[in-house]
Design a protein around this ligand. Sequence first.
Ligand SMILES: C[S@@+](CC[C@H](N)C(=O)[O-])C[C@H]1O[C@@H](n2cnc3c(N)ncnc32)[C@H](O)[C@@H]1O
Length: 355
Amino acid sequence: MRCFTHPLLRRLLGLSAQSVPGGLSQSKGPICSPKWSSLRQSCTARPGLVTATDAVNYWQKVFEINGIPEARESSEYIVSFVLGAKTFQSLNSKSLYTPLTALQQEQIQQLSNKRLERMPVQYVLGEWDFQDLTLKMRPPVFIPRPETEDLVSLVVEEESWKCEKNSDLRFPVSVPHPVILEIGCGSGAIALSLLCKLPQSQVIAVDKEKTAVDLTRENAHRLQLQDRIHILHHDVSHSSAKQLLLWGPLDFIVSNPPYVFHEDMASLDAEILCYENLDALDGGDDGMRVIKTILALAPSLLKDSGSVFLEVDHRHPDMVENWLRAHPNLLLVLRAIHKDFCGKPRFLHIQKQSR
Ligand SMILES: C[S@@+](CC[C@H](N)C(=O)[O-])C[C@H]1O[C@@H](n2cnc3c(N)ncnc32)[C@H](O)[C@@H]1O
């Protein structure tokens, strides 16, 4: 599995969940690139021939000279991709030391030029892994972050727990076929992972952006998951719950909504600001614009005891709890706060109370 920034490195760097699509902060300036042809003369065992290892070392240097973040990783991902591998580490010694063809060198050059323009490597390659899935990636659709894999796991754990509880009953209530709504599906990462992990489930995936809806649909077809997913071009802020109730009351609502505080948007990395849809990140003044909409909709969409799982900013758990207390009519309670791999409160489990 590919993970651009290792969780530990991210922890050391203190990076937040929605802040890094495969790049850290960087300086802008003119692009400097030693001649690719000079590499052919200088770095190879046999003069005139460039191996994968030479190419990785060369582009790492070019990226470093130009202040491109994660220069080594960027270079390794690009070269591996052109050789048909996911990671540089997975290449065998034959692939590492066989001279690259002219076409491969040309492809590496073209992809590296995009990275030199600060394009996140996920868009450069046009695909990225999320849990066990390889998903197509296309700007400006939000690149799924590794933290969000834990949001999927929380929903799966809750469903497993419900199933166990049900099977312990003397007269089990029914065979579980959970119906899940994902609000803001982006590339389809969460929705499609849930379909894989919960083979009896059905998912309704909505996004207000046509580009996101199209990409989720494309990813669903590529993964042959299209039969259990309904993908809707739908803005939850501008419509009632009616359209979403066509599939019946829901077991779960899951969302990684835009939750960055508006004042923090300007300090995001250039990679994000230049390539990703900023509406996918900007949660308004308190980061809660879409969170509040989801919570206001939830009671009319969920079954009794149904759950909302949200990814949020680490400042949001207290804010959401206070907001729910101020809206007792919604009958929603904050059941649990879960931390991300940096130890920050990141995921909320909110449950609809039975009447
Ligand atoms: C942070 S991204 C998450 C994308 C994807 N779920 C993931 O985790 O990779 C938030 C998504 O919510 C969508 N979105 C924002 N406001 C929305 C709204 N009012 N209704 C529906 N979708 C919305 C954005 O277009 C974006 O795709």
